[in-house]
Design a protein around this ligand. Sequence first.
Ligand code: TYM
Length: 328
Amino acid sequence: MKKRIFSGAQPTGNLHIGNYLGALKNWVALQEEYESFFCIVNLHAITLPQNPEILKQKTLDLARIYLASGVNPQVSTIFIQSDVSEHAELTWILSCITRMGELERMTQFKDKGKDNRERASVGLFTYPVLMAADILLYQTDLVPIGQDQKQHLELTRDIAERFNRDFGATFTIPEAFIPPVGAKILSLQEPTKKMSKSDDNANGSVFLLDDADTITKKIRRAVTDSGTEISFDESRPAINNLLTIYQLLTKKSTEECEAHFAEKGYGQFKTELAETVVEFLRPFQEKVKEFDDSELQKILKDGAEKARNVATETLKDVYAKMGIVGTR
Ligand code: TYM
């Protein structure tokens, strides 16, 4: 039997090249080897205020982005989180065994809730429990994610281990798959921060649906470090980040990248990087438009049904182990 993968992204903001290089690219690379579930996590999205019309649109747009990235619906299961109510049910169960202290330590909550903790939603606080439920429902072996989700995955493992210890073996303990290169693509404007969908400055991110002109401008305006050498060097995060994007898209080795730019300046480098990104995104952007609504609905409906079959079994087992009995 194949091992299982689960991963997801939120249908908020616009997906950027960091989301692709840190996560989606690896989903596609691993999907044949594993039995894969890729979820559009719309219930996570509402932990921050969302406009309902925009959320609706973004949910379907994200499905198109998964498909255009190369997630193959013949091989992988693509579905919307809210279509499988077991996610919300298991979240309640797990929230009864998760400790306040564990959630207090989550850096993402500290970051997102920091402006006004009193007014942050309870959902934002318990967000990692919903993420644990997503993963554990599918008896997931591997979770391909970027660096920023590592702490959430560690919490998921702790919750699963606690449940198994207290109620008997129930959940598979998942491992994170964090790529050695590309797990944290940085903002083009503030290369100390990660590239982020929720960044107020759109110039910090190359969005997957940006047009060629916009991409070229953003890369031309990208912050660089002092010095002129174009090499991989963690102490020069701006150029290191740009070169990492170049390397991942061209699939060249570190040495090849450095040799290629050895005699060239920042201007030339940025021109070539912009061309590389534009050329890479062109077929992707054409593919995004390919799927019509009815085709998409069918993929998502079939996906939800497959996901539900697995999720129901896990939840039944959880209820039985805990002594939650009723009449259904
Ligand atoms: P989200 O929607 O913020 O991001 C989707 C994926 O993109 C990765 N990522 C990055 N990788 C590299 N560089 C960056 N700058 C960068 N920014 C984001 C993220 O690590 C993620 O893998 N909580 C999750 C969604 C989620 C999930 C799950 C993931 C919900 N349930 C279960 C895995 C398993 C999130 O908000 O991702």
